[in-house]
Every structure is written in structure tokens, then in C-alpha cells.
Write a new protein. Structure first.
Length: 539
């Protein structure tokens, strides 16, 4: 990496609405604008958002831009010379590690914007804290009684700045441990304490026995990281010659606070998308139950991620980033189907709403709209065909279940074995099986379904236990793979190796793999007992 400047146009342009300095910014666009202009007034250079595709030959640790600091990581690590002493950005980010929480909590997303201000060997703690406080209490006018601060328990300097210089009450400052308030780039290298700012939605509850991790009361919205140490082998810390500042404020979180809505999904950044999904599902978001609201939010979230990734050149495929897009498209279709949306091109309709909102931060979206919609259309059609095949097979099984019930004078019941087979081998989710079975007056034996899942899990464990030496071949122990496609992006699974005579060395669990022991062109055939890939592709 040789540059810290992205390819997109700056986010402050004529297409972002004007906001008077006398007005409180409440729209997502005005909140973003106020942040960037505030730090520009403090000598920061406004830089454009980098691509969501993290394509850095020196850093293969992530596929996507997961934080505002990631484009600057080479600068923080001393691998690249800084181009400016101070910078501020609104960085588009993607994280999929919390995908199961999306829609269920008020704050988890796969796509979000991170507002940030950065210092590369320039200012440090005092200025970072003073400006953060000025921004949130004067520019955003957050009530002081609603604000809480966390600091690293050993960082007395930061505590003193907050308490003695800013004047924050000791009752509103919490000292926390390394797990919560110490940032590390790895086991060794640049690191430092951090200080987080929280918004208290229920200050009337007082300050006794306060838990800042209580999501029902507190929302962490601004994190200030002070990179001041170099962690050596063995864990010792040495002061860095050049100290850096890395901060991050979640735009959706600040919008929730200033717009006074119960969750991030009901801000103007996301809610129009959720409403579009509700319109297509012919339901009212306001009147919907929690389960329906969750599904509406999931689709709204995923469609933001899909559109922005496709705008950055990622097409649905079976490889790496493309698989993430494909998985999110199919999760959206499945979730829509559970809402009663069937067939058609409804994802394209939702995508158009996303584009209308997001063109404020990605001006290139409009010119890329035709290709985005066409790629989305093709993937949507492909998956509907797959679902139709699974559904046809399900209908046959339901008919058989009804015939058998009539013969035996019992209630129609689809076996758990059949439901598990459709899910594991045909990619037809059990939630849809239950829904379709219910429509046909058939119950699903979920007890035996769970037994089948547990049986497969035990078979996988037994296959693993049968690996008696690094060179044994266990082809006979390989069972059919359980496909968890479209359910998760991360998975721990037993790998049943084949043709192990080609493997030079198997590194025992817990041993660090050293570069010099990695053998070029080593050939290994392996079958995973469980897979996140679709079984007919590369699962």
C-alpha cells in the first residue's frame, strides 16, 4: 500500500444538504457533514472513504474494510509515510462477525459508516479529548448528564484530562480493564489505551452499580484510541517515538441519539429501506410483531451491504468476497419468503431505495445502478430456481406424509430426517419447511430433526477421532457434508484430510505457524464435515 487516499469523491459536496451552524444536525447527512467540517476547522484534511474491498498485499488479515482506521493501518505501523498530519473521514465499513445479531439488537449491522478523526504523530490525548467533548456537547448538543466515559484502568493521564480539565464528574467515569479499553494491532506492535464515550438513555437510574455494557440503557458511540506503546515479545511495553490518534464514531448510532428513535434501524439512514421491504411484504412496520420487525430489519441491513459491495465491484460468486454478496442476497430472499414475498424482482426494488439514500455518500452509485440491478436480477433468478427445486421436493414429501397419515389414521407429520435432508443437502432452510408444511396442514417433527443434527455432529467428531496419525487416510470415514450455506460466514468444522501422504507437516493445535515452514505448492485434498458453502458448488 502506497497511499492512504481512497478513490471515491469527498463526501462533502453540493449534493449534501446545507445545514446552518445555528441548527442542530439531526439527519444522517447533516450529522456526517457537521463531524467532517468540525474536524476540518481543527486542521484535519477531509479524505474520501476508501473502497470496501480491502485489497492490500501487505495485509491479508481481512477481506473488507472493517473500521475507519484500516486504510491508515500501514501509517500507524510505520510501513508508509504519512501524507497529512491530521485527517478526518466518513468510512464505509462491513463486518459480518455479528451477522446473527443483525435485526435482533438495536445496533448491529453488516454495513455501517464510521466517522473518524486521526492524528499521525501530531496531536495526542489532550486535544483528542477536548475536541471530542466540544463536538458532542456543543455541535451535537448532547446533555452532559447523559454522557459517560470509560478509561483504561492504568491510564491515569486520560482520567485526569476527563476529570480535572474537562470537568466530567467522577461518578460518570468508569475505569475498565484491558479487554475493554486497550487496543492492540496484534500480539506485538503498536497499541495503546482507549477511552469510550457512552450515551445514557435512562439517566434517572443514577450512577450506582452501573454496567456500561447494558445495551438497554447505554450506547457506546465514540471511541478514542491512543496509540502510544510498542508491545514487545513477552508482553513488555515501550513508548512509541511517534504517538497516534485513531477515533471512531458510528454514524448510525449518533443518528439514533439525535433523532430520538429506539434503534439504529429507525433512523433516516435505514428506515426508508425497511419501509420499502414492509410495503413489498404488505405489512405495517409499526403494527408488526417483533419477529416480523426483525425480518424487515435483516433485509434492510443486508441490502445496504449488497448494494455497496456491488458498487465497489464485487459480484455474486462462490469465492471470497463474491460469496459474501451471494450469501447475503440469498439470506435476503429467504427472509423475504418467510415474510410472504414470493418470486419477482423485489430485491431490485429495494436496491433502488438503497441507491437513492446512499448516493449521498457514494456519488458513483447512480452511474453503476444499471449493472448493480442486472447482476442482482440474475442472482435472484438463479436462487429462485434453486428454491423451486427444493420446494418441489418438499411438496412430494408433504404429500407422502399426508397419505401415510390417512392410511394410519394419524396426524400428518413430516419426519425430522426429511427436514434435515432438505436443509443440509438441498439448501432449503428448515424455517421455510415449517412454514410450507403448516400451510399444508402438516407438522414437522423437530425432535427428530434435532436428533439428525446431533447425529451428524457425532459422526463428524468420530471421524476426527479416527485420525490416528498424520499419514492415515480416512476416506471411508467421510460423511456427506452438512451445508450451513446462507446461515453463517464463520464456522468451526472438522477437516477430514485425504491423500495425506502429500502433506509434509501437520502443525499441532496451538503451535504458531512460522513463515519458513510453509511449503509452496503443497497439495491437500480435504472434505469439511460442515461447510458454509452451497453443497453443489464447493462445499
Amino acid at each position: 500500500m502506497t497511499t492512504i487516499v481512497g478513490s471515491m469523491q469527498p463526501v462533502i459536496e453540493d449534493h449534501v444538504e446545507e445545514t446552518s451552524q445555528d441548527d442542530l444536525p439531526t439527519s444522517g447527512n447533516s450529522i456526517r457533514r457537521r463531524f467532517l467540517e468540525f474536524y476540518e476547522s481543527k486542521g484535519h484534511k477531509i479524505l474520501p472513504s476508501s473502497s470496501l474491498v480491502h485489497d492490500d498485499d501487505t495485509d491479508k488479515s481481512v477481506l473488507f474494510t472493517i473500521a475507519g482506521m484500516l486504510p491508515f493501518k500501514p501509517v500507524f505501523l510505520g510501513k508508509v509515510q504519512r501524507q497529512v498530519p491530521r485527517a478526518t473521514t466518513s468510512q464505509r465499513c462491513i463486518r459480518t462477525n455479528d451477522i446473527k445479531n443483525v435485526g435482533k439488537t438495536s445496533r448491529h449491522h453488516t454495513f455501517f459508516e464510521m466517522l473518524g478523526n486521526f492524528s499521525f504523530g501530531d496531536y495526542f490525548k489532550k486535544e483528542a479529548i477536548e475536541w471530542a467533548w466540544e463536538l458532542i456537547t456543543i455541535e451535537y448538543r448532547l446533555p452532559i448528564e447523559n454522557l459517560w466515559i470509560s478509561v483504561y484502568e492504568k491510564d491515569e493521564e486520560t482520567y485526569a484530562i476527563w476529570h480535572d480539565e474537562i470537568g466530567v464528574s467522577a461518578n460518570h467515569i468508569k475505569k475498565m480493564g484491558e479487554e475493554d479499553n486497550f487496543w492492540m494491532s496484534g500480539k506485538t506492535g503498536p497499541c495503546g489505551p482507549c477511552s469510550e464515550i457512552y450515551y445514557d438513555f435512562h439517566p434517572e437510574k443514577g450512577y450506582s452499580n452501573v454496567d456500561l455494557n447494558d445495551d438497554t440503557r447505554f450506547l457506546e458511540f465514540y471511541n478514542l484510541v491512543f496509540m502510544q506503546f510498542d508491545r514487545k515479545d513477552g508482553g513488555s511495553l515501550e513508548e512509541l517515538k511517534e504517538k497516534h490518534i485513531d477515533t471512531g464514531m458510528g454514524l448510525e448510532r449518533m443518528a439514533r441519539i439525535l433523532q430520538k428513535v429506539p434503534n439504529n434501524y429507525e433512523t433516516d439512514l435505514i428506515f426508508p429501506i425497511v419501509e420499502k421491504v414492509a410495503e413489498l411484504a404488505e405489512v405495517s412496520y409499526v403494527d408488526a410483531d417483533d419477529s416480523t420487525k426483525t425480518k424487515l430489519k435483516v433485509i434492510g441491513d443486508h441490502m445496504r451491504t449488497i448494494v455497496h459491495l456491488m458498487s465497489d465491484g464485487v459480484k455474486p460468486s462462490n469465492k471470497l468476497r463474491g460469496y459474501v454478496v451471494k450469501m447475503l442476497i440469498r439470506r435476503s430472499i429467504l427472509t423475504g419468503k418467510l415474510l410472504g414475498i414470493n418470486g419477482g424482482k423485489y430485491l431490485q426494488s429495494i436496491a433502488e431505495t438503497v441507491i437513492a439514500i446512499s448516493s449521498k455518500i457514494d456519488p458513483d452509485l447512480k452511474s453503476r445502478t444499471p449493472s448493480i440491478l442486472e447482476d442482482l436480477k440474475q442472482e435472484e433468478l438463479r436462487y429462485w430456481k434453486t428454491l423451486e427445486k427444493g420446494e418441489n421436493e418438499l411438496q412430494l414429501k408433504l404429500e407422502n406424509a399426508k397419505k401415510e397419515a390417512k392410511t394410519n389414521n394419524t396426524n400428518p407429520l413430516l419426519s425430522g430426517k426429511d427436514a434435515f435432508y432438505l436443509s443440509a443437502s438441498r439448501g432449503y432452510p428448515v424455517e421455510l419447511t415449517i412454514k410450507k408444511a403448516h400451510e399444508r396442514g402438516v407438522s414437522v417433527d423437530m425432535i427428530s430433526y434435532d436428533i439428525e443434527k446431533d447425529k451428524q455432529r457425532r459422526q463428524s467428531q468420530e471421524a476426527h477421532q479416527n485420525i490416528c496419525s498424520p499419514l492415515c487416510v480416512i476416506i471411508e470415514n467421510i460423511q456427506y457434508s452438512v451445508s450451513l450455506a446462507y446461515d453463517t460466514l464463520n464456522l468451526k468444522a472438522v477437516i477430514n484430510f485425504r491423500d495425506l501422504e502429500k502433506v509434509r507437516e501437520i502443525v499441532p493445535r496451538g503451535r504458531e505457524i512460522m513463515e519458513e515452514r510453509i511449503i509452496a505448492k503443497t497439495e491437500v485434498s480435504a472434505a469439511c464435515a460442515k461447510s458454509i458453502s452451497y453443497c453443489k458448488q464447493n462445499g
